[in-house]
Ligand binder design. Structure first.
Ligand SMILES: Nc1nc2c(c(=O)[nH]1)N[C@@H](CN(C=O)c1ccc(C(=O)N[C@@H](CCC(=O)O)C(=O)O)cc1)CN2
Length: 297
């Protein structure tokens, strides 16, 4: 029987456990604050930002939000960032990606105070992660690690093929999984759009992480029996539904499930974990800035 790894359930457990840490902060007179910044009106980004705010409310994190006009000059976004860096009520914030084409996301990230960079994207935090001393693990890779742990899937000595080399998922996840750590010690192959014979790389893996942003790129014919399949993709494809689209992963679920020993669904797999780990990083940021020790799950 193939195990379906339930990201909604694991994320809910993490939110419950974070509540204790949030109480510790409250006892010491502090309430963690998270701000989301959205430039433009990308519908998927609006959904994610709304969900992040709802998650904050559920666990007792104060949420703030700033909308920046999609046609505004980059300086408008940089001013918003400067204000958030100075705002003591905001312990962490994220600038939702993607930003409009006329803004270079790297210019944005460099301006975020690294201690408030709860996405873990600032070069200082990337450097720390690569050096094995992560301050904030990026939310999706950390969520993938927590999902594997929840399903008791050990990465030690395993061959992991990551399909996708993004700064948000592929690169940081590869770095985390090769680390000398209980949730690392894997042998990692990172594939991308120029990889020759992708199927050979996925077939040779114990664990496949699909994070290419290409709907149903990986199907069962590309997997050996018993592979663990983690699907990071959340793609909106046109469909005859109320919303006019349906959510599809980077994995063709039914054929992959027939081969996999365990698999994450879309929706309800990695997505909710990305949001839960953002709450985790926010609580961690609040503890660091307030000088309060908090127990994190
Ligand atoms: N600043 C950032 N921008 C982006 C990140 C990020 O980590 N930081 N990651 C992705 C998108 N993402 C986070 O914002 C994200 C993706 C998916 C979900 C999610 O909960 N998905 C649900 C379905 C939601 C729906 O109904 O559409 C699921 O998979 O079950 C949350 C966050 C890009 N940008």
């Amino acid at each position: 029987m193939t195990e379906i790894i339930d990201g909604n359930a694991v994320a809910s457990d993490i939110r419950d456990e974070l509540t204790d840490a949030i109480e510790t902060l409250a006892d010491a007179g502090s309430r963690p604050g998270l701000a989301t910044v959205l430039m433009g009106d990308d519908p998927a980004s609006q959904t994610y930002v709304n969900m992040k705010q709802r998650d904050c409310e559920e666990v007792g994190i104060e949420s703030h939000h700033v909308d920046v006009d999609g046609d505004a000059p980059p300086e408008k976004l940089f001013d918003t960032i400067a204000n958030l860096n100075e705002n003591d009520d905001v312990h962490g914030y994220i600038v939702q990606a993607p930003v409009p084409d006329h803004v270079d996301y790297r210019d944005v990230i460099r301006r975020v105070d690294p201690i408030k960079d709860v996405d873990g994207f600032h070069p200082e935090n990337v450097g720390r992660l690569v050096a094995g001393d992560a301050r904030f693990r990026p939310c999706t890779p950390h969520g993938v690690q927590k999902l594997l742990e929840s399903a008791e899937i050990d990465t030690e000595g395993k061959d992991v093929t990551i399909v996708g080399r993004s700064d948000i998922v592929g690169k940081p996840l590869a770095n985390l999984l090769i680390q000398k750590a209980e949730d690392g010690n894997a042998t990692v192959t990172v594939c991308h759009s120029r990889t020759d014979d992708l199927a050979a790389k996925t077939r040779s893996a114990d664990i496949v992480v699909a994070a290419a942003g290409v709907p149903e790129l990986i199907d069962g014919s590309m997997l050996e029996d018993g592979t663990v399949v983690i699907d990071v993709g959340v793609n909106r494809v046109d469909a005859d539904t109320d919303k006019g689209y349906e959510l599809v992963g980077d994995v063709e679920f039914e054929s992959a499930k027939a081969k996999a020993s365990a698999i994450t669904p879309v929706p309800g797999g990695v997505g909710p974990m990305t949001r839960a780990m953002l709450l985790y990083n926010t609580v961690k940021a609040a503890g660091l800035q307030e000088g309060i020790d908090v127990d994190l799950p």
